[in-house]
Design a protein around this ligand. Structure first.
Ligand code: ADP
Length: 433
């Protein structure tokens, strides 16, 4: 095609030159005739160029190009067809965008797009009802100016979005919303917000039920164990056939009491997000007292229990909760380590925060159990649990306490070699002395 036009152009030029030379032969002015002929051709070419320029600048969409002759006509038509093709492609793209926007607008979940700085770019209708965003006033506003809940600010600033966040809706306290944030493109954020009020209410009902049942069972159980204790105190007045039965009843009663206490503690931990007594807790004396209790628990088993404090840290939080979490870890190490074993408790701090590690040379845990270990009542081996008298709630308590203290629990273990439980406290929770 291009080659055709090249040949046509050459033919036209040759014809022009031949025509000029012919007129030159008749008039005797070759040079002038050639110059005049080329000047006319140049003028015509410039005129076509100007027409093209005017059409490109002023034409309305769909207005066909001016008529052109020869190569210029071809150029006009090609540009016109290219524009039409572009328009059609743009139309198709716009239709896709419209459909995506329509379907996202119809979603019951809120979809919000934020730029790399966390400013609002686009959101659907559900975002207006769930979060109270206003179109178009809020466009370009930082999201943390509009969703002011402290936990959201902290969650957004930390940029750790693996776990979703659940908070009350900014427009209605009775609505519970769950945030899921994903990063895409140039560090832009896509935020999905779901109404999880119903799930939250069911979860709340479950928690209330467990807390109420535990609470109601506590009084009758105290009466029963109290009487059993009195009977055992006066064992000489009891028929000897009943002595063993009474002892076992008292043992199981005490076990039930521990279970109820653990359930109530868990219910209390779940009731609020963060501990109310957020005071600096000195870790060194706390660990010293836990380790001395652990030595007492270990008794005649000849275990070596050592404590290494590398940094004397203070942790912001509740002393009672931290004591409960750390003692659960240390006492578990004692319980699940055979005689002559070693248990090492270490505490240190670095740029990431403070760390507490309980290492034992005990029976260890198979890797397949590790992900579920902090679930309530999860036991590696139920017969083992009944030997140690555990409730199966210890690690669930540890997980909840750590969650409330902005900390995480890392567990690694090799069966037969021992286990390693490490609590990582974030730097904001730590005061180093
Ligand atoms: P329990 O009251 O049964 O000890 P936990 O929640 O404290 O309940 O622990 C859950 C399970 O994890 C235990 O039943 C035990 O099998 C396992 N486990 C916990 N700590 C250790 C440890 N240091 N070594 C080996 N197994 C452990």
């Amino acid at each position: 095609m291009k080659q055709d036009w090249y040949a046509t152009l050459v033919r036209h030029m040759l014809l022009l030159v031949a025509g000029c030379l012919l007129v030159g032969m008749l008039t005797g002015h070759y040079g002038w005739c050639l110059a005049a002929g080329l000047a006319v051709y140049l003028a015509w070419t410039l005129k076509q160029l100007l027409r093209l320029h005017r059409w490109l600048r002023e034409h309305q969409p769909d207005q066909p190009p001016p008529d052109g002759y020869g190569l210029w006509g071809e150029v006009f038509d090609s540009i016109y067809h290219m524009q039409r093709r572009d328009q059609r492609a743009r139309g198709r793209l716009q239709a896709v965008i419209d459909r995506v926007q329509e379907s996202t607008a119809a979603l019951r979940d809120a979809v919000i797009m934020l730029d790399a700085d966390g400013n609002l770019e686009w959101w659907n209708r559900a975002a207006e009802t769930l979060l109270g965003l206003k179109t178009p006033q809020d466009s370009g506003q930082p999201v943390t100016n509009l969703i002011r809940h402290p936990r959201f600010k902290e969650y957004f600033a930390h940029e750790q979005y693996a776990e979703p966040l659940e908070i009350p809706s900014p427009v209605n306290d009775r609505l519970r919303v769950q945030f899921l944030i994903t990063r895409y493109g140039n560090n832009e954020h896509l935020m999905l917000v779901r109404d999880v009020t119903r799930i939250h209410q069911l979860e709340q009902m479950r928690k209330d039920f467990v807390a109420n049942v535990s609470h109601e069972l506590r009084t009758p159980l105290t009466v029963i164990t109290g009487y059993l204790e009195t009977l055992l105190d006066n064992v000489e007045n009891v028929n000897p056939r009943w002595t063993r039965a009474l002892q076992q009843m008292e043992q199981q009663g005490v076990r039930m009491q521990t279970l109820l206490n653990d359930l109530l503690l868990l219910a209390k931990l779940e009731a609020t997000d963060y501990p109310s007594d957020n005071l600096p807790v000195a870790v060194t004396p706390l660990l010293q007292s836990i380790v001395s209790d652990a030595r007492a628990l270990s008794g005649p088993r000849n275990q070596t229990i050592s404590l290494d404090i590398e940094n004397d840290v203070l942790l912001k939080g509740s002393e009672a909760e931290l004591r409960s979490a750390f003692s659960n870890l240390v006492f578990n190490a004692v319980k699940y380590t055979p005689e002559q074993g070693t248990i090492r408790v270490r505490c240190w701090a670095d740029a990431q925060g403070a760390h507490l590690r309980v290492q034992d040379s005990g029976i260890g845990i198979d890797a397949k159990h590790l992900p579920r270990l902090t679930e309530r009542f999860y036991r590696v081996d139920s017969s083992r649990a009944s030997n140690t008298g555990g409730t199966g709630l210890g690690l669930a308590i540890v997980k909840h306490v750590l969650l409330r203290h902005r900390a995480t629990l890392e567990i690694s273990s090799v069966p037969g070699r021992g286990s390693l439980f490490t609590c990582h406290f974030s730097a904001v929770q730590v005061v180093i002395r």
